[in-house]
Design a protein around this ligand. Structure first.
Ligand code: NAP
Length: 306
């Protein structure tokens, strides 16, 4: 067990990310007490039933009052309103952080509500699954994954150091980055790939009448890996695209150009171009495995019955 980093942590929003934080905080003893709040009765009841949080509160204000760290774990579009609601109860010297997938927008929406004497250290754990809700979390989610801290200029270094210690205690590797760079990098590694997966699954759905149930039956040929990503939470992803608009459009523009180049190579029978392209992309997969960010077992290590 580690020494607690914070006396009291409040988690606002009790979905995949917050529930995984709670179990990881408990695993390592990183807080004296963890309070939690979610807007719906159903989520709060479920949290109480499964022992998620030491104390589940019936208002965000009650959960955040007296907290040393408040982590906003709601969809990106809800961060500003939630922050405005809790601002009056925050104690001087407390830190507010978040886990939002987009940083520029969250900083613009949250920063104006941060009271004098309260620190704000935005963060983004690069870990998740396609599941959501209070029951979807698990203590190991952040093990050996990255968490990016995006402190605004002039942030108290001690507040940043404490949040770093919390994320490291939860198993993550921590790095700092500025918001614009974060939003561009994540557009390439996460946001645009999700959009492409949503599109591919949408196209298959449009063709359903033609292919009947064959899309499902033969999905293991590659399609099902798109469907996992395209099963991600609709509210979360709507907010990501609405709030990381510029970077997404930039990367989508480049994607479209490459797609046209491949389309042309297919039309003109340019096998060398296709082969060179696929050789280059194969190396990216090797790099991810060497960086310890995925398994090198075939088919992502799925069990295949004999
Ligand atoms: P989730 O499982 O869907 O949980 C979202 C939580 O936010 C729920 O407790 C929900 O309350 C609450 N909520 C939803 N809309 C709200 C609103 N308008 N006002 C107040 N509360 C609201 O989501 P999650 O996956 O944990 O994502 C939370 C944050 O983490 C998002 O900002 C997301 O961008 C970020 N993130 C997600 C992933 C991922 O892969 N999932 C990875 C990294 C970062 P109810 O349950 O009561 O409806």
């Amino acid at each position: 067990m580690s020494k607690p980093v914070y006396n009291r942590i409040a988690l606002v929003g009790l979905g995949l990310i917050a529930s995984s934080m709670f179990w990881a905080i408990k695993r390592a003893g990183l807080a004296g007490e963890v309070t939690g709040y979610a807007r719906s009765d159903a989520t709060r009841s479920k949290a109480r039933e499964i022992g998620l949080c030491d104390r589940v509160c019936d208002s965000a204000a009650e959960a955040c009052e007296g907290a040393d760290l408040v982590v906003l774990c709601v969809p990106v579009g809800a961060m500003g309103p939630v922050m405005a609601e809790i601002a009056p109860v925050l104690k001087p010297g407390a830190t507010v952080s978040d886990v939002g997938s987009v940083k520029g927008h969250v900083i613009d929406a949250v920063q104006p509500h941060i009271p004098e004497g309260v620190h704000f250290v935005p963060a983004h754990p690069l870990a998740g699954t396609e599941h959501s809700g209070p029951e979807s979390g698990f203590a190991e989610l952040y093990d050996n994954r990255w968490c990016l801290l995006v402190p605004v200029e002039g942030t108290d270094p001690d507040a940043v150091a404490a949040l770093r210690a919390l994320w490291e205690g939860m198993g993550a590797n921590v790095e700092e980055m500025d918001a614009d760079h974060h939003d561009l990098v994540l557009s390439v590694t996460s946001h645009t790939p999700h959009l492409i997966a949503y599109t591919m699954v949408g196209v298959a759905d449009d063709l359903r009448r033609v292919t009947d149930s064959e899309v499902i039956k033969y999905s293991a040929a590659g399609f099902r890996d798109f469907t996992r990503i395209a099963a991600s939470d609709p509210t979360m992803w709507r907010d990501v695209f609405l709030t990381n608009k510029d970077a997404t459009l930039e990367i989508l523009g480049r994607f479209t150009e490459e797609l046209f180049a491949l389309q042309r190579a297919i039309r003109t029978g340019d096998g060398d171009m296709l082969h060179d392209y696929f050789t280059r992309t194969r190396a990216i997969r090797r790099g991810i495995i060497e960086a310890g960010q995925d398994t090198d077992a075939p088919d992502f290590g799925r069990a295949h019955g004999k």
